[in-house]
Write a protein that binds this ligand. Structure first.
Ligand code: SAM
Length: 160
C-alpha cells in the first residue's frame, strides 16, 4: 500500500543486498590520483546525472542547500582488512579509515547544492572520478531532522 501523493515505479528484480545505480557523477577528474582525498565545499562544480525511473525522486530537493551523496567507488579493490595510508608508518583497520578500499566501497560526501537542472544536480564538494556510479542522495539531516533532546531519542521513528 502506498499513501496518497506517493508514487512507486517498477523496481528491477534483484535479490537482497544488491544496489541499483541511480545515476552517474560527472567530475573534472579522470584518474583516482587526480581526485582530492576529500571533497571541499569550495571545490569545482560537478554534475550528478539521475537515471530514469528515479528522476521523479528529485521532487522537492531544491529546498535543501546541502545534500549527502553516496556513491560506489567502483575502481577499488575490496579485500583489505588492514591498510597503510600513503605517507604513514602505521597500518590501520579499514573501518578506521575513509579509504575507498573497503568490502562495500561506498563513498559519502556532504555537498552544497548549487542548482537543479532537469534530471541533473550541480553540486560542490565531491572527490570521485568522472563516471562514478551514484547509489543514493539524502538531504543533510542538519537541515531536515528536528533536533531532539536526548530524553526524546527513544521516540524517533527513523523516518524523515
Ligand atoms: N568522501 C568519500 C568518503 O569519505 O567516504 C570518499 C573518500 S575517498 C578517500 C576519495 C578517494 O577515492 C579519491 O581521492 C580517489 O583516490 C578515490 N576514488 C575516487 N573515485 C573513485 C572510484 N570511482 N573508485 C575507486 N576510488 C575512487
Amino acid at each position: 500500500m502506498i499513501r496518497p501523493g506517493e508514487r512507486a515505479v517498477e523496481y528491477p528484480s534483484l535479490g537482497d543486498a544488491s544496489v541499483v545505480y541511480i545515476g552517474r557523477i560527472h567530475t573534472p577528474w579522470r584518474y583516482r590520483d587526480d581526485c582530492p582525498r576529500q571533497g571541499k565545499l569550495d571545490g569545482p562544480v560537478c554534475r550528478i546525472e539521475i537515471f530514469e525511473p528515479w528522476v521523479g525522486a528529485l521532487t522537492g530537493i531544491e529546498a535543501f542547500s546541502q545534500l549527502q551523496v553516496l556513491y560506489w567507488l567502483d575502481r577499488s579493490r575490496r579485500d583489505l582488512v588492514l591498510q597503510r595510508p600513503r605517507r604513514s608508518e602505521k597500518s590501520l583497520g579499514t573501518f578506521a579509515l575513509r579509504s575507498p578500499v573497503r568490502p562495500n566501497p561506498i563513498g559519502l560526501s556532504l555537498v552544497d547544492l548549487v542548482a537543479v537542472e532537469g534530471s541533473s544536480l550541480l553540486v560542490r564538494g565531491l572527490d570521485c572520478v568522472d563516471g562514478t556510479p551514484l547509489i543514493d542522495l539524502k538531504p543533510d539531516h542538519c537541515h531536515h531532522t528536528p533536533s531532539s533532546r536526548p530524553a526524546d531519542a527513544g521516540n524517533e521513528t527513523g523516518q524523515g
